[in-house]
Design a protein around this ligand. Structure first.
Ligand code: GDP
Ligand code: MG
Length: 238
C-alpha cells in the first residue's frame, strides 16, 4: 500500500512539472520516428538537435511537433551545447531528459529517469549494464571499454556512475544552471559526469533496458581515448 501511495505521489508530481526531452540527432530518420512515438504523455516538449542531417530527421521531428534546433558544428557535445544555449535563453523546464535518436533507449521507460528527479536527485543516469542480454547487444570490446571507462570515472571522481557512457540522462534545473560543457563530441557524457562531481550534485542511478540500434552508430573505438582524456582533463582542471 505504501508503495502504491508513493507511485501515485510521483505520478502527481510529474504531472505538475514541466518535463522536456532533448535528442541529439544526426541522420536518424528511422530511429527518431520510433522514439517520438514512444514519448510518454507527461512530456511537455521534445527538442531535437540536428546537425544538417542529409536524411528526413528534421522533417520527421517537425511533423511530430518537436522543436528542431540546428547546430552547425558536428558532434554530440556541440549538439547538447546548442540545447544549453536554448535553455539559458529562456526555455524553461523543471526536468530535462536526454536520450539517443536511434531507439536503443526505450522512451517508454522515461518515468524511471524522472522519478528520482522528483525525489531530489539532481542528475540521473540510466544504467545499461542492468539490461538483460547486454553482452548480446554490445560487442565484447564495447562492453569492456564501457566498463573500463566507468571504473576510471569512479576512481578519479570518487563517485560511481555505474555506466558513464550511457545516453539516457535526467537533469534538474540546478544541473542545467551550473554545468559547463566543453565536450564537442562523444566525450559529452564524461563531461556531464565530471560536472556532477565538480558541482557536488547528487546522482541517481536507475536500471534501464538497452537494445540494438536502428541505423549506423557514429561511435568509433578511438572515441574511447577522447572519453578517457575528457575524464582526466576535467579532473586535473577541477
Ligand atoms: N546533432 C548531432 N547528433 C549526433 C552527432 N553525433 C551523434 N549524434 C547523436 O547522438 C546520439 C548517439 O550517437 P550514436 O551514434 O547512437 O552513438 P552510440 O549510441 O554510442 O552508438 C544519436 O542520437 C546520434 O544521432 C552529431 O554530430 N550531431
Ligand atoms: Mg546510440
Amino acid at each position: 500500500m505504501k508503495n502504491k501511495d508513493h507511485e501515485e505521489n510521483v505520478g502527481e508530481i510529474i504531472k505538475k512539472k514541466k518535463v522536456a526531452v532533448v535528442i541529439p540527432c544526426l541522420n536518424e530518420e528511422k530511429g527518431i520516428k520510433k522514439v517520438l512515438k514512444k514519448i510518454p504523455p507527461f512530456v511537455d516538449k521534445v527538442i531535437v538537435v540536428d546537425n544538417n542531417s542529409t536524411d528526413n530527421t528534421a522533417k520527421i521531428a517537425k511533423e511530430s511537433n518537436a522543436v528542431v534546433l540546428f547546430e552547425g558544428k558536428k558532434g554530440k557535445g556541440n549538439a547538447f551545447n546548442q540545447f544549453m544555449k536554448y535553455y539559458s535563453n529562456g526555455f524553461d523546464a523543471d526536468f530535462v531528459v536526454m536520450l539517443d535518436g536511434d531507439d536503443t533507449y526505450d522512451a517508454r521507460e522515461m518515468k524511471k529517469i524522472v522519478e528520482p528527479l522528483c525525489n531530489g536527485s539532481q542528475v540521473v543516469v540510466g544504467n545499461r549494464f542492468a539490461s538483460d542480454n547486454i553482452k548480446g547487444i554490445m560487442s565484447d570490446q564495447t562492453y569492456w571499454g564501457n566498463k573500463f571507462l566507468t571504473t576510471m570515472a569512479k576512481l578519479l571522481y570518487g563517485k560511481d556512475p555505474k555506466d558513464v557512457c550511457t545516453g539516457y540522462w535526467g537533469f534538474s534545473k540546478e544541473f542545467l544552471n551550473k554545468a559547463k560543457i566543453k565536450a564537442e563530441g562523444f566525450d559529452l557524457e564524461a563531461n556531464l559526469f565530471a560536472e556532477v562531481a565538480r558541482n557536488k550534485l547528487n546522482l541517481g542511478v536507475v536500471p534501464i533496458n538497452y537494445r540494438s540500434r536502428v541505423g549506423e552508430s557514429k561511435l568509433k573505438y578511438s572515441h574511447g581515448f577522447l572519453i578517457m582524456w575528457r575524464l582526466l582533463r576535467n579532473k586535473i582542471s577541477s
